[in-house]
Design a binder for this molecule. Structure first.
Ligand code: ADP
Ligand code: MG
Length: 288
């Protein structure tokens, strides 16, 4: 490959808000077979909001949940704290973030757990058939159910929805038209992931993936012969972005993701991936 053509390609990409760190990344982009997309903040807007509060005392549920989430940096936490509005929040003692599961702490002298079904299972909190049906129904609407337990008893549930970016569906369809396999990778539960994936035409899903295992999924695809692009925004995507043949960071994402990626999409849209691949292919044609 002559560097000049690559320099032209890198310059062309910049016009579309696609910042390429090294010419080799543009070269590799022409050979991709598989695009792995993080869900939250990549396919979706990353602006989750509370849609439902379920339980006998909704005010008490949001108050306890927000008291815990004050200490968390997770996007779901911001949604819950925002929803608590003017309610004055009690302090939370012994706060702990449990990676891939949720948070725990003591509020008003009670042991509080807030997170997914895996968190409830970990602490032997019973989720009965009615609650399970509720979780399934919320997930089918592409919402993430967050469960609240007080002293080991499930007392409520908060549903959170994150809208899909307006251009995600069309960009994913274009990737598929280019013959690329598109995969969704998320720490969220399978049912919610499937509901989001269905809305954007993705059938290949890795769900319930712990933050530490995301790069392992990329490695698995590579071991099977795929040449993989990873697109992500979060701290937990950073190892997968480094592991991928081409890492794309969402411009609105975390600094850690941007530093781990080869390419940054300033406009934060999946269109950037399609444009980068098109420029890559055109550039490589010129070289040949
Ligand atoms: P992702 O950001 O892709 O959803 P994470 O590994 O950060 O992946 O989280 C996995 C799941 O754990 C979340 O979907 C949520 O159900 C639960 N979870 C994690 N952190 C929190 C939190 N602070 N509050 C509530 N739930 C959480
Ligand atoms: Mg994300």
């Amino acid at each position: 490959a002559t560097p000049i053509s690559l320099i032209v390609g890198v310059g062309k990409a910049a016009e579309f808000g696609i910042l390429i760190r090294k010419g080799e990344a543009l070269e590799r982009a022409s050979k991709l077979t598989t695009i792995v997309l993080d869900k939250t903040g990549t396919v979706t807007a990353g602006k989750p909001a509370v849609t439902d509060i379920i339980g006998d005392d909704q005010q008490a549920i949001i108050r306890l949940a927000a008291a815990l989430e004050q200490g968390s940096e997770h996007p779901l936490a911001a949604a819950i704290v925002a929803k608590s509005g003017d309610i004055s929040l009690p302090p939370c003692d012994q706060f702990e973030a449990i990676s891939g599961h949720g948070v725990s702490g003591r509020v008003d002298g009670h042991a509080i757990l807030l997170g997914n079904t895996a968190l409830m299972a970990k602490y032997n909190v019973t989720v009965d058939a009615a609650n399970s049906a509720q979780i399934t129904a919320l997930s089918a609407e592409a919402k993430t159910p967050v469960l609240l337990a007080r002293d080991g008893i499930l007392i409520g549930m908060i549903a959170i929805a994150d809208p899909i970016k307006s251009d995600s569906k069309a960009a994913i369809a274009q990737m598929q038209e280019l013959g690329l396999e598109v995969v969704m990778l998320t720490g969220d539960n399978r049912q919610t992931a499937e509901a989001v994936a269905a809305q954007v035409g993705i059938t290949h899903i890795f769900a319930d993936v712990m933050p530490a295992d995301k790069d392992g999924k990329v490695a698995e695809l590579q071991a099977a012969g795929a040449i993989v692009a990873m697109v992500g925004d979060g701290i937990n995507d950073a190892p997968a972005l480094s592991r991928a043949d081409v890492g794309f960071a969402i411009g609105a994402g975390t600094d850690v993701a941007i530093e781990s990626a080869d390419i940054t999409l300033i406009r934060s849209s999946l269109d950037g991936v399609v444009i980068a691949i098109a420029i890559s292919k055109a550039t490589l044609r010129n070289i040949k």
